[in-house]
Design a protein. Sequence first.
Length: 172
Amino acid sequence: MLSGVGRQSSSGTSITSAPCHPVPTPTTARRPPAQEPPVQPDPPDERNVLGGPLEPCGSDPVTGFYRDGHCSSGPEDAGSHTVCAVVSADFLTLQRDLGNDLSTPRPEYGFPGLKPGDRWCVVAVRWLQAYQAGAAAGVVLAATNARALEIVPIEALRQNAVDVPDDVSGLE
């Protein structure tokens, strides 16, 4: 059983425990208006959930807490934008319903608004909420920061992996 996932009581009723990490509030998950994204001091030597170097997540729109295309994380990233997700309509709808509207452009935060198929570094707790609700977005494991494993079990990420090798000629 995954922590934070529902379980049944002895009477058979469903119990849902809260995720082990707090859900970021609007004040912790967003940058102040009209502020440039933080600049990462040195090039990251961060690893992905597979143990390799962290690969780029997306450039159209440019993603990442540092808006460098990577799901890099640092002390300023209170929300842990570490899961490289390929967002779906179901994921976007659920996020909106939970008060995390990812579809509406928010230029004051440097946020373009997402549409299905976009790659975006999402907050790990938000991805886990969607997974628990049956609306997880696809995950690019090679571009998902190993820090996501502090919140999301690797099995959940693997179940939703959409990684495709650069050379698909060997696939049958």
